[in-house]
Design a protein around this ligand. Structure first.
Ligand code: NAD
Length: 495
C-alpha cells in the first residue's frame, strides 16, 4: 500500500453496503442471490453483493416513481446544497474511494486519486448548475403573444454505467439528474459495483431523500434493465458502455419513445504531424494512451504519425513506455495496473497476435504478464497494417499501434475511417493546420496538442456510433430536463 493511503482494506470493505438500495434501504435480493467482485490484480474475491432480480428492479422503479413529483418540487437551492455536501463528503472520503477503485478495477492508486478529483468535480459543477437551470423569454414577432420557456425535470431515469471509471461515470449521470430534479435507478457494472455502492451511501449521508437514488447491482444486466425499460413511467435512459449494448438499449427505448443519452465506444486517432513538437506529442500520447491502463473510451487507439517523424516518435514513446512499472495498483510506484478481467486480457493478447501476424513489429512489450492478475505489458507496435484488428477495433488496453501517413488529407481520411466519433488528438505547431484538420475530423472531442481533455465543465460526448447527447458542461443538465413552452396573450396587442 502506498505511503499516502493509510486505508485499512478490511475495514473499508466492511463499510461498503452489499445490498440493493431501494427506497432508502439497503436490502437483499428478493431471491437471496449474490455475485462476487474480484480484484483483477490478484484474481481474489473481495466482496459478495446482492444480485438484483427483475422483481427487485421493478421495486426500485416503483420507489423512484413514487417520489418523482415531490422531488421535482424541491427548490433548486436544496438540490444544489445536497450536491455540494456530497462533493465535500467525497473529498473527506477520498482515500477510501481511491483504494476501492484500485481494488475492484485495478488502476494505479495515483490515477484513482485523479478520478476522485475528476468524479467529485461533477458534484460541484452540477451543484452550481442546479440553480442556473434557466428558461428564456421569447419576443413574438407579431406582438400577439407573450412567450416563455422553462426547463422541467424529465422524470424517472435509468442510469447504466461501465466499469472503467467507477466513480466518475456514476457522478457524471447522478449529479445532473439530481440537479434537474429527477429520480433514478442506477445500474452499475458488475465488475466494479463497490465504488457506486459506497457513493450511494455517501449520497444518503449527504441527505438524499429515500427513493430519489436507487441502486440495483446484479449479475444479469438485462434482467434488471428490461423491466425498467418496459415501464411506461420511465422517461429517460442514460447509458455509458459499448456500442453493441447501446444499440440494444436504443431499440428498446423506441418502444416508449424515451429520451436517450448514449456515451458509447471510441476509436480515437492520435495524429502527429511532421511539424509537431515530438516530445510534447510523446507526453500527450502517454496520457491519451496509458491513462487507466488504456481502458478509456477516450484512449488513443490509432497513432497516425507522419512518415518523416514516425521513427523518432516511436522510439521516444517506447522509451517512456518502458519506464512504466506494471503491477498491483495498490503498490508504491506502480504506474500501470492489470486489465479488468481475464476476457479483456485474452482479447488484448489476440489483438497483438493478429497485428504481428499481419506484419507489425513489437518495439516494446507484446506479452501477457505472469502470476494470477490480468497483466499485459505496455506495448508499442510499428509497421501496423491498416487492416489489422488493432487498427479497426476499440483496443481497451495498453497497446499503441503506430500507422504512418504522408499528407494531411490522407491523415484526416484515415482518422475518419471508423464508425466511431468520440475523441481525437492532433499534434502540430501550425495553427492553420490545426483548424483545417479540426474542420475535417468527425469527432465530438478534440485535443489540440493535449492528451488528456475530459473536464466536468466541458460537454463530453460523441458523434456517429460513439453516441448522442452530452455529459458535463452547461449541456449536461439539459439532458435531464424537458423544455416546456408557455404562451399567453399580450394584453397590449390590440390596445
Ligand atoms: P458494456 O456495454 O459491456 O457494459 C456497460 C454497462 O451496460 C454495464 O453496466 C453492463 O452491465 C450493462 N449492460 C450490458 N449488457 C446490457 C444489456 N443487455 N442491457 C442493459 N445493460 C447492459 O461496456 P463495458 O465493458 O462496461 O465498458 C466498456 C465500454 O464502454 C467501451 O466500449 C467504452 O468505450 C465504453 N465507454 C464509453 C464512455 C463514453 O463516455 N463514451 C465512457 C466509458 C466507457
Amino acid at each position: 500500500m502506498s505511503e499516502n493511503n493509510k486505508v485499512n482494506i478490511d475495514e473499508l470493505l466492511a463499510k461498503v453496503p452489499t445490498g440493493l438500495l431501494i427506497n432508502g434501504e439497503w436490502v437483499d435480493a428478493s431471491d437471496g442471490a449474490t455475485f462476487d467482485v474480484e480484484n483483477p490484480a490478484t484474481g481474489e474475491v473481495i466482496a459478495t453483493l446482492a444480485s438484483a432480480t427483475s422483481e427487485d428492479a421493478k421495486k426500485a422503479m416503483d420507489a423512484a416513481c413514487a417520489v418523482q413529483d415531490e422531488w421535482a418540487r424541491t427548490s433548486t437551492r436544496e438540490r444544489s446544497d445536497l450536491l455540494r455536501r456530497a462533493f465535500d463528503l467525497v473529498q473527506e472520503r477520498k482515500d477510501e474511494f481511491a483504494a476501492l477503485m484500485t481494488l475492484e478495477m485495478g488502476k494505479p492508486l495515483a490515477e484513482s486519486y485523479g478520478e476522485v478529483t475528476y468524479g467529485a468535480e461533477y458534484l460541484r459543477w452540477f451543484s452550481e448548475e442546479a440553480v442556473r437551470n434557466y428558461g428564456r423569454t421569447l419576443p413574438a414577432p407579431e406582438g400577439t403573444l407573450r412567450m416563455i420557456t422553462r426547463r422541467k425535470p424529465v422524470g424517472p431515469c435509468l442510469l447504466i454505467t461501465p466499469w472503467n471509471f467507477p466513480l466518475a461515470m456514476a457522478t457524471r449521470k447522478i449529479a445532473p439528474a439530481i440537479a434537474a430534479g429527477c429520480t433514478m435507478v442506477v445500474k452499475p457494472a458488475k465488475l466494479t459495483p463497490l465504488t457506486t455502492q459506497y457513493f450511494a451511501q455517501t449520497m444518503i449521508d449527504s441527505g438524499v431523500p429515500a427513493g430519489v437514488v436507487n441502486v440495483v447491482s446484479g449479475k444479469s444486466a438485462s434482467a434488471i434493465s428490461e423491466p425498467i425499460m418496459a415501464d411506461s413511467r420511465l422517461r429517460k435512459i442514460s447509458f455509458t458502455g459499448s456500442t453493441p449494448v447501446g444499440k440494444t438499449l436504443l431499440k428498446a427505448a423506441a418502444d416508449n419513445v424515451l429520451r436517450t443519452s448514449m456515451e458509447l465506444g471510441g476509436n480515437a486517432p492520435f495524429i502527429v504531424f511532421e511539424d509537431a513538437d515530438i516530445d510534447q506529442a510523446v507526453e500527450g500520447a502517454m496520457g491519451a494512451k496509458m491513462r487507466n491502463i488504456g481502458e478509456a473510451c477516450t484512449a488513443a487507439n490509432r497513432f497516425i504519425v507522419h512518415e518523416c517523424v514516425a521513427d523518432e516518435f516511436a522510439e521516444k514513446f517506447a522509451k517512456r513506455i518502458g519506464e512504466l512499472k506494471v503491477g498491483n495498483g495498490l503498490d508504491e510506484g506502480v504506474t500501470c495496473g492489470p486489465l479488468v478481467e481475464k476476457k479483456a486480457l485474452d482479447n488484448i493478447t489476440a489483438l497483438v497476435d493478429d497485428a504481428v501476424a499481419k506484419g507489425a513489429k513489437v518495439l516494446i512489450g507484446g506479452k501477457p504478464g505472469e502470476g494470477k492478475g490480468y497483466f499485459y505489458s505496455p506495448t508499442v507496435l510499428t509497421n501496423v497494417s491498416r487492416d489489422a484488428r488493432v487498427a479497426q477495433e476499440e483496443i481497451f488496453g495498453p497497446i499503441a499501434p503506430i500507422l504512418t501517413f504522408s499528407d494531411e488529407k490522407e491523415a484526416i481520411a484515415l482518422a475518419n475511417d471508423t464508425e466511431y466519433g468520440l475523441a481525437s488528438y492532433v499534434f502540430t505547431e501550425d495553427s492553420n493546420r490545426m483548424w483545417r484538420v479540426g474542420d475535417g475530423l468527425e469527432f465530438g472531442l478534440m485535443g489540440f496538442n493535449a492528451g488528456v481533455i475530459s473536464n466536468a465543465a466541458a460537454p463530453f460526448g460523441g458523434v456517429k456510433q460513439s453516441g448522442m447527447g452530452r455529459e458535463g458542461g452547461a449541456e449536461g443538465i439539459e439532458e435531464y430536463t424537458s423544455l416546456q413552452y408557455i404562451a399567453m396573450p399580450n394584453p397590449y396587442a390590440n390596445a
